[in-house]
Design a binder for this molecule. Structure first.
Ligand code: HEM
Length: 195
């Protein structure tokens, strides 16, 4: 399990590391004509991919009847949050130059940004309470209830992507179908558990 976690850690770091290497000129191609947009898009995409991967892990464990996918859940979720937070920070710092009135105006007036921020805020308590200590403090029931916030966060995340994509909708469509399948799998599993 430790080797698996270490391998996952390295793999999840790679997209961010690659951005750094491309930015420093050590790896080509570099960051292109619009580096801020490229960095922001890459971080947003990997945040979303890792968030959806996190949601795949429990159904995978049920399917395989093996515990190892669940052991990766916390790390995958935290990496997703880290990429999404960086995606936000790059936007606020490099795109908006920390101009708070402009930031507030964008959040209020551009719906795709509004739902992106809502999704990110939903993930904050999940990241904070992801530790064993918080699990104990909240108790299993309340902890699980709180962590159901990951579903609306993922729905808003996919929606946010869909909303701002210009022409080719194949990738957001794939994520929307995957998310719908994952939600149905959860519902089915909960019903089976109750029977
Ligand atoms: C769960 C939260 C979020 C997820 C999963 C997410 C994901 C994404 C994805 C996948 C893209 C498209 C990347 C591409 O076109 O290749 C994107 C674009 C974008 N996101 Fe987010 N995002 C989130 C939150 C936010 C927040 C909080 C902000 C800022 C307040 C934000 C601002 C933007 C902007 C401005 C773009 C368009 C960048 C461009 O001009 O190409 N996102 N996001």
């Amino acid at each position: 399990m430790r080797a698996l976690k270490a391998a996952f850690f390295v793999l999840a770091l790679l997209p961010g590391l690659l951005l750094l290497l491309r930015g420093s000129g050590l790896v080509s191609p570099g960051l292109g004509a619009n580096p801020v947009e490229l960095i922001q898009d890459t971080l947003g995409l990997w945040g979303l991919r890792l968030l959806l991967l996190t949601l795949c892990l429990s159904p995978l464990a049920w399917l395989l009847r093996r515990p190892w996918p669940v052991a990766l859940r916390r790390m995958a979720g935290l990496f997703a949050f880290a990429y999404i937070l960086l995606h936000f920070l790059v936007w606020a710092l490099l795109d908006q130059a920390l101009d708070w009135p402009a930031i507030t105006e964008d959040i209020v007036e551009r719906p795709f940004i509004t739902i992106g921020v809502a999704a990110m805020l939903m993930l904050v308590p999940l990241a904070v309470t992801s530790t064993r200590g918080w699990q104990r403090r909240l108790g299993a029931r309340r902890w699980l209830q709180l962590h159901r916030l990951v579903y609306p966060a993922a729905i808003l995340g996919v929606w946010h992507y869909f909303w701002q994509v210009k022409a080719d909708i194949r990738e957001p469509l794939f994520y929307a179908v995957l998310l719908a399948a994952l939600l149905l799998a959860r519902l089915y599993h909960r019903r089976q558990a109750r029977l």
